[in-house]
Design a protein. Structure first.
Length: 246
């Protein structure tokens, strides 16, 4: 995956994990925000980039029907397109082959992607109709992609991508500056993260995972109740966590 957090990374990771769990993992998987948007036909054609992901199954992929896919195949996710796409690998650059649409929404449930990949690996015809199943967290991810696209182009190198989780953590930091307290009656980190998670329609566990990872797996209650801990300390920590997930 990309070394820099992108708005669709979490979704693509969920898809790859589901494929791996089913024994159908791709040979390689990558995400990017630097590919030229080939769907832009206006005056900015050739100048605007897009979010994309490329999952590749080469000729040695377990279960691949080599008689049907003599060079392997790729699955392509692109943010201007509402569906996943696929194409046979065409070396040296698979993406030069015009891809074909799959019956998978851009935010299809990873389990739905697994079902279609199983069909492709077997060399069977792609099923008709669209699978209605959507990824549990597609709303937040879709909003993050929309926010990315609203900048008119990919952010300049070194500029962080604002994600829903990052924005929620920044909101928690702002509130910590005004009202955090180490007292058991709160509001402490638990209350602050719960509030912003509910308001942002996010999974609170994702916020906690980011905080605990930043603290080196240290328990948050002892950390925030350490002698001398201040609101400034807590806010700074939350902003650092936010920066780390963008």
């Amino acid at each position: 995956m990309n070394s820099r957090r992108l708005p669709h990374d979490r979704y693509i990771t969920a898809v790859v994990d589901a494929l791996a769990a089913a024994g159908l993992g791709p040979t390689s998987a990558e995400t990017s925000d630097s590919g030229t948007n080939r769907y832009e036909t206006g005056p900015d054609a050739g100048c605007i980039t897009q979010l994309q992901a490329l999952l590749t199954w080469d000729v040695d992929a377990p279960g691949l029907n080599a008689s049907k896919h003599r060079t392997g195949f790729v699955l392509l996710w692109e943010h201007p397109v509402e569906q996943w796409q696929w194409a046979p690998c065409k070396k040296p650059e698979a993406r030069k082959r015009q891809p074909e649409p799959l019956p998978l929404h851009r935010w299809a449930d990873p389990a739905a992607v697994v079902d279609v990949v199983r069909v492709l690996l077997a060399g069977l015809p792609v099923p008709a109709g669209g699978d209605p199943r959507l990824w549990l967290h597609f709303v937040a991810a879709s909003e993050a992609v929309t926010a990315w696209a609203s900048t008119k182009n990919s952010p300049q190198e070194g500029t962080p991508v604002t994600t829903p989780i990052g924005e929620a953590l920044r909101q928690a930091a702002d509130r910590a500056t005004a009202c955090w307290t180490p007292e058991p009656s709160g509001p402490g980190l638990c209350s602050l993260l719960g509030e912003v998670a509910r308001e942002g329609r996010l999974d609170e566990v994702d916020l906690w995972d980011a905080v605990v990872t930043h603290l080196g797996e240290e328990l948050t209650v002892p950390w925030e109740r350490a002698p001398g801990r201040t609101r400034t300390d807590v806010a700074a920590m939350l902003r650092a966590v936010a920066a780390g997930v963008e």
